[in-house]
Design a protein around this ligand. Structure first.
Ligand SMILES: [Zn+2]
Length: 165
């Protein structure tokens, strides 16, 4: 009994057009595309299961792109689906614009809740830095910065600057 197996089968799923972006690489403004690249474990050359995947949002001209996290990818996929359905005349232009508004609203809400969490976190580090003496803060910055959360180090520097001025 023997098995022939491999890891290298690649499957590309195209989700289509998302929205217009200006490319940082080739400087063209065009409609960026969404795709998923999945790498499969194969057995006797037959793809069995995906072991790795990347969600890419990219420029159609030079292929420069961004890797998307799961939540962002789901939003962009929803936008691409709405666009494809409209091109295929499954939905009207008006339905397309309503659905896109809804998706953008959802994306904005998520950004806001993420930002407010970041603000709360930085407030926590600021409070912690404010409780320490000048000498303690200087020692931390000079000798122990790698033992602390980078966000605390930023807060510690800001706190010291504030006290100096
Ligand atoms: Zn480009």
């Amino acid at each position: 009994m023997f098995f022939i197996f491999g890891w290298n089968h690649t499957k590309i799923t195209e989700y289509g057009a998302v929205q217009e972006e200006k490319c940082q690489n080739c400087h063209n403004t065009d409609i960026w595309q969404l795709k998923k690249i999945s790498r499969y474990f194969t057995l006797f050359f037959i793809p069995v299961f995906p072991h790795d995947s990347e969600n890419l949002y990219h420029c159609p001209i030079c292929n420069y792109g961004l890797k998307l996290e799961h939540e962002e990818f789901e939003d962009y996929k929803a936008i691409a689906e709405v666009n494809t359905n409209c091109l295929d005349k499954k939905i009207t232009e008006e339905e397309r614009s309503n659905r896109l508004d809804e998706i953008h609203r959802k994306m904005q809400q998520r950004n806001e809740s993420r930002n407010s969490k970041n603000r709360q976190d930085s407030k926590k580090w600021e409070t912690l830095a404010a409780e320490k003496s000048d000498a303690e803060l200087q020692t931390i910055l000079a000798q122990k910065s790698e033992q602390y959360n980078p966000a605390f180090i930023i807060a510690a520097k800001t706190e010291l600057d504030k006290r100096k001025s």
